[in-house]
Design a protein around this ligand. Structure first.
Ligand code: ZN
Length: 564
């Protein structure tokens, strides 16, 4: 069956509610283990069915945002998803109070129960209004950033259309583009300040209503982080500052030399080569067929996976009229199908989709047979290990996509993944300070950002007075929409770097470890997964130092004269 034949129907919420209530009743009253297992199996079918329909609807409306049928269906899900979420909440409560909980934990694993416990701790009817207020503020932020109309290069651009100008080989163009973008943020400064101030206050209020000192611990629980806390993250940030920031300083010095610029400015940091970025050597059908070759020779598991994606038409990659922007990987449980959505535009980003998003898809394909839907994907920081590592497992095959330019791409990619980490850590440090001190004024928050920016990105020098004030983060949507979700990318990157290093030493055993990790899905917590994979724990002193040294050696092995 091909994706176009996957059948959508609107779920009947009354029937679903009745089935949940029946299941909850049995879980509450029965002490018969096998009966409870039977009920769990049945209700998981219902959960998979609901997820299948809502996912099919989401894929189809994002593929064609003007489709009237799916527009109505999307409204149905927007309206009813809180009701459905409440059913899941009540089900979790009944499972946690089951008379045979110990036996269930033994059968299904502790992680399922830990996730359910975390979800119970961050929800209560008391905070429903706060949650609605939070959603409203996030939508306001989205609308505000989407409203940007920036006059540049003889046309009107939105923020993402300004992106290419920031990596234009002409320095004047980059400088002016940055200044124009910041005009938009400066004009709307009061609005950004107000939205963020309200978000910090409402999140703090929710946390306090449920008995927490501030939003920090509450935010961690909301992300399902069951085995590390903000103290451990602080220690990780300290290691990055001491051991990895010097490597990035070196990357920036090499960049300055290559570009022939004496003193780099903020608008120079995104450009890697005088001649511009490496580009793939073919269009979408060519790149997909090259990816098919790559996955066929990488391993028998990846061959099976990618052939499945192609045969069932689960790759929606062309940019087209009416299609939503961005890219994602999702999973359709009833068809055991991962799905990849992207907008190819002829840049190296197209190849990133075929490695990064395919890494996510390969992981969920490898854990598609779990009985518990909550185990299809792990928590977010672990999710990115699979995708970011796949980018590195693709290194030996990059000539398929870039020809001779693969050399420059490898350097750009590796240097980029390293340079990203201090920035990601900065975003986390900033949010920690903000939520630990929720009464800071907007100006104090900006001063905090600039102070931290100078610590983690000492090479970032601004010509622009508004940026100098500490406002770069206005554009970082996660800070507004998903508090504390960001350190995840850096933790996963540190793990992916370990796969990169292992793959250079012993490709066979690196792959075995990676595939084993993919098969664990979300059945374990982040630190348990790392342990199973035999990776060094980023929170433990010495880990970042060891990795930084190995990465620096590898960077130094590139011939800078070939990186023009
Ligand atoms: Zn990802």
């Amino acid at each position: 069956m091909k994706f176009s034949e996957y059948k959508y129907e609107r779920p009947n919420l009354e029937e679903i509610t009745a089935k949940f209530q029946e299941a909850i009743e049995v879980l509450k009253t029965s002490d018969d283990f096998s009966k409870q297992v039977e009920v769990i199996n049945e209700i998981n079918k219902v959960r998979n069915y609901y997820a299948t329909m809502s996912t099919l609807c989401h894929i189809r409306i994002t593929t064609n945002t003007t489709d009237e049928f799916y527009e109505k269906e999307q409204e149905f899900f927007d309206e009813n998803s809180p009701i459905y979420a409440n059913l899941e909440f009540e089900l979790a409560k009944a499972l946690l109070n089951s008379k045979v909980k110990d036996k269930l934990e033994e059968k299904y694993g502790k992680q399922w129960f830990r996730l359910m416990e975390a979800s119970q701790k961050v929800f209560s009817k008391e905070i429903i209004e706060d949650l609605q207020e939070e959603n409203k503020l996030i939508s306001e932020y989205r609308k505000l950033t989407a409203s940007a109309k920036i006059e540049f290069d003889g046309k009107i651009n939105n923020l993402s259309q300004m992106g290419p100008y920031l990596v234009n080989p002409d320095r004047e163009v980059r400088k002016n583009a940055e200044a124009k973008i910041m005009e938009f943020f400066a004009e709307n400064e009061a609005k950004f300040d107000e939205i963020y101030d309200k978000l910090v206050k409402v999140r703090t209020q929710m946390a306090r209503k449920l008995g927490y000192k501030d939003y920090v611990e509450f935010g961690y629980l909301r992300l399902g982080r069951t085995d590390y806390d903000s103290k451990m993250v602080a220690n990780y940030r300290k290691q990055v500052l001491e051991d990895l920031v010097p490597v990035v300083i070196k990357i920036m010095e090499d960049k300055a030399k290559r570009l022939g610029i004496d003193e780099l400015r903020s608008y120079d940091l995104n450009l890697d080569f005088k001649s511009g970025d490496p580009k793939p050597i073919g269009d979408r059908p060519f790149l997909v067929s090259q990816a098919q070759k790559m996955y066929a020779s990488l391993s028998k598991e990846t061959k099976e996976f990618f052939d499945f994606m192609v045969e069932h038409e689960l790759l929606e990659l062309d940019a087209k009229q009416g299609k939503a922007g961005g890219g994602y990987c999702t999973y359709i449980p009833d068809y055991k199908s991962p799905f990849i959505f992207a907008n190819f535009n002829g840049t190296s980003g197209d190849v990133d989709v075929l490695t990064h998003e395919a890494g996510h898809a390969f992981q969920v394909f490898s854990s598609r047979n779990y009985e518990i839907p909550d185990y299809y994907f792990p928590t977010l920081e672990a999710c990115e290990i699979h995708s970011m590592s796949m980018e590195f497992f693709a290194y030996p095959y990059l000539e398929l996509f870039f020809g001779e330019d693969a050399y420059r791409y490898r350097y750009k990619h590796l240097a980029g993944t390293i340079s990203f980490i201090p920035y990601g850590v900065l975003v986390d440090h900033f949010q920690t300070e903000v939520y630990e001190n929720p009464d800071m004024t907007p100006d104090e928050r900006k001063a905090t950002w600039r102070k931290l920016e100078k610590m983690y990105q000492p090479y970032k020098v601004y010509d622009n007075a508004f940026l100098e004030k500490g406002t770069y983060w206005f554009r970082q949507s996660h800070i507004f929409s998903n508090a504390f979700y960001y350190i995840d990318y850096t933790l996963a990157q540190v793990c992916a770097h370990q796969y990169f290093i292992k793959n250079n030493v012993d490709a066979m055993s690196a792959w075995e470890s990676y595939y084993n990790l993919c098969k664990q899905g979300g059945s374990k917590s982040f630190l348990e997964l790392i342990k199973v994979a035999g990776l060094d724990n980023p929170f433990v002193d010495g880990t970042i130092k060891k990795i930084s040294k190995q990465l620096l050696d590898y960077l130094n092995s590139f011939d800078q004269t070939k990186l023009i």
